[in-house]
Ligand binder design. Sequence first.
Ligand SMILES: NC(=O)c1ccc[n+]([C@@H]2O[C@H](COP(=O)([O-])OP(=O)(O)OC[C@H]3O[C@@H](n4cnc5c(N)ncnc54)[C@H](O)[C@@H]3O)[C@@H](O)[C@H]2O)c1
Ligand SMILES: O=C(O)[C@H](O)CO
Length: 381
Amino acid sequence: MAKPISIEVWNPSGKYRVVSTKSMPGTRWIKLLTDNDCRLEICTEKKTILSVDDILALIGDHCHGVIGQLTEDWGEVLFSALKRAGGTAFSNMAVGYNNVDVDAANKNGIAIGNTPGVLTETTAELAASLSVAAARRIVEADQFMRAGLYDGWLPHLFVGNLLKGQTVGVIGAGRIGSAYARMMIEGFKMNLIYFDLYQSTRLEKFVTAYGQFLKANGEQPVTWKRASSMEEVLREADVISLHPVLDKTTYHLINPERLAMMKKEAVLVNASRGPVIDEVALVEHLKANPMFRVGLDVFEDEPYMKPGLAEMKNAVVVPHIASASKWTREGMATLAALNVLGKIKGYPVWGNPNAVEPFLDEEATPPPACPSIVNAKQLGN
Ligand SMILES: NC(=O)c1ccc[n+]([C@@H]2O[C@H](COP(=O)([O-])OP(=O)(O)OC[C@H]3O[C@@H](n4cnc5c(N)ncnc54)[C@H](O)[C@@H]3O)[C@@H](O)[C@H]2O)c1
Ligand SMILES: O=C(O)[C@H](O)CO
C-alpha cells in the first residue's frame, strides 16, 4: 500500500476537491479557491520533488483539479488517474510546460494551464543580472574578497568585458527574450542580433526608436538585426542569452560545434531550460577557454550539475531562481489556481495569455475566465 502523504486542508466542506502538490507563495490563491467552494489540499511532504506515486496518492479517487510543479512528470499515468478521479484540470505553476505530456492530457480531456506574462520581467532581470555578473566577474571577485585575498588595487585585477557598444544576441525572442533584449539595449546601449522562428516586430521597432533617440542626443545609435540562422547569432554576438521553449528543436541547441563558433571571450546565459545546452560539452569548453564565461539559472539534470561545472571560475550558477520575486511568485500561484478554478467552473479561456494583468489586480475580482490554457484548441474550448 502506498505511504500516506501529508497534507494541509482548507475549507473541508468545499464541493470541488483541488490539490496543490506544493505550498505556494501568498494567500490570495488560497482565498480564491476556498471562496469558490473548493476544498483545497496542499501537500506538506518535506521532499522537494514528488514522485508519480506520491502524486497518484494525492489525486486519490476523487479530485477535480491539480496545481503542480515543473519538477513533476505529468504524463499518461497521472492524467488517466486524474480523469478516473473525475478531474478535468491541471495547471503548472510555471510558464514552461516541458514536464507535461500534452498529448496524454488531450487524450484524457484534461486542460493544461500555465502562467505566462507575470514572470516575464522578473526572469529577464535575472538573465540580465547573470549577463553582468559573468561579464564583470562579480562572483569570482566576491569570493576573492571574502577569502581575504585583496591586498590593493591592481591594473589587471578581475578585468572583464565592457557591454556598451557590444552586441547582445538573443535566441528565442518571445516574451522573456524580448524583455531581456530591451534591458540590455536600453541599460547598456548594446546592439541587437536575434534569432526566432517568428519576426519580433515590436522589438525591432523599439530598437529603431531608441537608436533614433540616442542619435538625436548626439550618442552612437543602437542597431538591430534579425539573423537568418542561430549560427549567425553565435558568431556575431558578444553576449548571448537563450530564451526559447524546450522542445525537440531546442534540445542541445548549444552543442560542441556551436560552442566552437562563439567568440573566445563571449558570455553565454541560460535562463530557459537546462537541456537547451549540452552541459558536458559546456564544461569542456569552459576548461579550454578561460575567458569564455557563462551565467546559468538552469541545468541539464536539475538539481545536479554535470561533473566539473561547480569548479569552473568562469561560470556563475544559481538554482533556477529567475522568476523568484515575491510579486511574481504570488502572481504565478494566482494564475495557476485560476486556471484550475476556471476549468472546474466551466469558464471560457482568456483571449490573450500575454495580457493577464486583470487576474493579478488584488483589489478586483478576477475575470470569470481561465488565464492561460495551452491545449484549449485541442480540447475545443
Ligand atoms: N529559469 C526560469 O525560472 C524560467 C522562468 C520563466 C520561463 N522560463 C523558460 O523560458 C521559456 C520562454 O518563456 P516565454 O514566456 O518567453 O515564452 P514565449 O513563448 O513567449 O517565447 C519563446 C520563444 O521561443 C521561440 N522558439 C521556439 N522554438 C525555437 C527555436 N527552435 N529556435 C528559436 N526560437 C524558438 C518561440 O518562437 C518564442 O518566440 C519558457 O518556456 C520556460 O521554459 C524559465
Ligand atoms: O517556466 C517557468 O515558469 C520557470 O522555469 C519557473 O518560473
